[in-house]
Write a protein that binds this ligand. Structure first.
Ligand code: NCD
Length: 305
């Protein structure tokens, strides 16, 4: 196992199985873990907005008996004075035992990881990757469906800039019988490197389509995403594309009765509030999974048994 978690493929399938098993054990007996990280500190370095990721990391560390330091906007750190990510990471490593970093620039957490001896976790880097969201998604899928193989996974929305989808495909393609249905407007299709380097290179079955309702009956998982406004070059394109897909109850008429609807959140318009009371809506249970899997990850990276 590597020192850091930068890309979901830094973890083997065995690593992921182990993290899921530990998360399940924490859910079953949280008291057993309440002192595991006593006197350890997590630093959350967030150069981009976040609610769930940062707060679940912080709640995770507190529930392990540890402590948290950090910042939640770049402007309140020395980044505003021009400090490099490498220097910030070296500095923070003098105070903390582990770092979770979110940054608008692709690769910034990797730079931090190379600049310090303590573990660095990528909490989202630009439109690139978001491995701990994927661990959250895998725990959710394992709990909701009882398996991670033999699934048809529909990813819908902004597949171009949506880093959670890139990491989800990078993780799930390794499980047998997984097939992807990629639903997006033409302008927001998955990046070429995901199509060629992951899907085609591994002979994974996938379909690209614009039509959510046509494919709905096939899906075991529907992974909705937000159109990533902050990554658009112009506002007019965002406005034109933002409501491309809105999941409303009528669109679920031909969905499987055991479909699992996931969303990394925040949602804007893409899932109607009326869906929330449908038992197939998993996204708030998914949020809670995020805390437990991050607890398991912190333990693993700190080498705490
Ligand atoms: C996602 C992200 O930051 O990429 N949110 C999250 O971490 N739960 C998805 C998004 O912002 O749309």
């Amino acid at each position: 196992m590597k020192k850091d978690l930068i890309d979901i493929q830094d973890l083997s399938r065995e690593d992921i199985d182990e993290l899921i098993a530990v998360a399940e054990d924490i859910i079953a007996d949280p008291d057993k873990y309440a002192e595991k990280c006593r006197r350890k500190k997590l630093a959350t370095l967030f150069y981009e907005p976040s609610t769930r990721t940062r707060l679940s990391f912080e709640a995770a560390m507190y529930e392990l008996g540890g402590q948290v330091i950090g910042f939640s906007e770049a402007n309140s750190s020395s980044a505003a004075k021009g400090e490099s990510v490498a220097d910030t990471a070296r500095t923070v490593a003098c105070f903390a035992d582990i770092i979770a970093m979110r940054h608008p620039k692709e690769g910034a957490p990797m730079v931090a990881a190379r600049s310090t001896h303590i573990p660095v976790i990528n909490a989202g880097d630009g439109g690139h990757n978001h491995p701990t969201q994927t661990l959250t998604d895998l725990l959710t899928i394992a709990r909701e469906k009882g398996r991670l193989d033999d699934l048809t996974i529909g990813c819908c929305g902004d597949l171009k800039f949506g880093r959670t989808v890139h990491s989800l495909i990078a993780a799930m393609h390794r499980y047998p019988g997984v097939r992807f249905v990629l639903i997006s407007p033409e302008e927001l299709v998955i990046p070429e490197h995901v199509r060629t380097d992951i899907l085609q290179a591994n002979n994974i079955e996938f379909l690209e389509t614009r039509d959510l309702e046509a494919v709905m009956p096939e899906l075991d998982i529907l992974y909705m995403t937000r159109v990533q406004r902050e990554r658009f070059f112009n506002e007019a394109d965002y406005i034109r594309l933002k409501d491309s897909y809105i999941l409303t109850p009528d669109k679920l008429t031909y969905a499987k009765p055991d479909l699992a609807i996931l969303h990394p959140l925040p949602r804007v318009n893409e899932i109607a509030v009326a869906i929330d009371s449908d038992p197939r809506a998993c996204y708030f249970r998914q949020v809670l999974c995020g805390k437990y899997i991050r607890m398991a990850l912190i333990l693993k990276l700190l080498g705490v048994k």
